[in-house]
Design a protein around this ligand. Structure first.
Ligand code: MN
Length: 245
């Protein structure tokens, strides 16, 4: 199995090295990741300037740093390395649950793989303000999740989130509880007003969702699709049209 590894925290993040170390036991591994942090870039691609990459040193793995987004890295990896079976994206420093999937560069790396006809798996772990995840403790759980997912070739796109102390593997749906997306004003050291985009969940997580699972100590695995069509709305509009005729 040929495994391309990407992230949105940058090629020097401890999370991508932990993921590469787990993936090395599963197939041929190549790391192609942004040269700097690109968190919350979503599925942006670079179209108005060329992309370049350089070989970089990561212990025990062939790695390249790219001056682009996570989606750029995946497209470039497919183009230069060819024949990728699965893209593993992460391990992100921070969870990607519920509505944060819309902003996630980590998930975008996996989505780009699915767009290009391969498989994509995004992996994320929680951080507190003071601490990074304990990746040596997390690695056996990452291995467990990948061993559960990889044999299922029909799963094209999966979003995986680990709690701080991972328990059982659980299949979940995306939590769609709303968030207020408030932009909060504050002052910079010169007294000028600047703004912080904040995401504050407004509702409790629903059972069966990714957020609920992680809040209760399970490893959340959410199968996703690329088709955003609202099927019910489409059917309703089409049948309204037919009635009008
Ligand atoms: Mn990130």
């Amino acid at each position: 199995m040929r495994i391309l590894i990407v992230n949105d925290d940058g090629v020097y993040s401890p999370g991508i090295l932990a993921l590469a170390e787990v993936a090395r036991d599963l197939g041929d591994v190549l790391v192609a990741a942004p040269d700097v942090e690109r968190s919350s870039t979503g599925h942006a691609v670079t179209h108005s300037r060329p992309l370049t990459y350089r070989r970089t040193r990561l212990p025990g793995v062939e790695a390249y740093r790219v001056d682009g987004t996570p989606a750029d890295c995946v497209a470039l990896g497919f183009s230069v390395w060819g024949n990728v079976d699965v893209v593993l994206s992460g391990i992100n420093l921070g969870l990607n649950l519920g509505n944060s999937m819309w902003h996630s560069g980590t998930l975008a790396g996996a989505k780009q793989a699915a767009l290009m006809g391969a498989r994509g798996i995004a992996l994320s772990a929680p951080i507190s303000s003071s601490d990074e995840p304990d990746f040596s403790a997390l690695k056996p759980h990452v291995s467990r999740a990948l061993h559960a997912l990889l044999p299922h070739s029909e799963l094209k796109l999966v979003n995986v989130n680990f709690p701080a102390k991972p328990g059982a593997l659980e299949w979940t749906r995306q939590s769609v509880r709303h968030y207020d997306g408030k932009v909060v004003p504050a002052k910079d050291p010169m007294g000028r007003t600047h703004y912080w985009f904040t995401v504050t969940p407004l509702e409790e997580a629903e059972p069966g969702t990714d957020r609920f699972a992680v809040e209760h100590g399970s490893i959340s695995m959410t199968p996703l699709r690329l088709d955003l069509t609202d099927e019910a709305a489409l059917v309703a509009q089409l049948s309204a049209l037919r009635t009008a005729v």
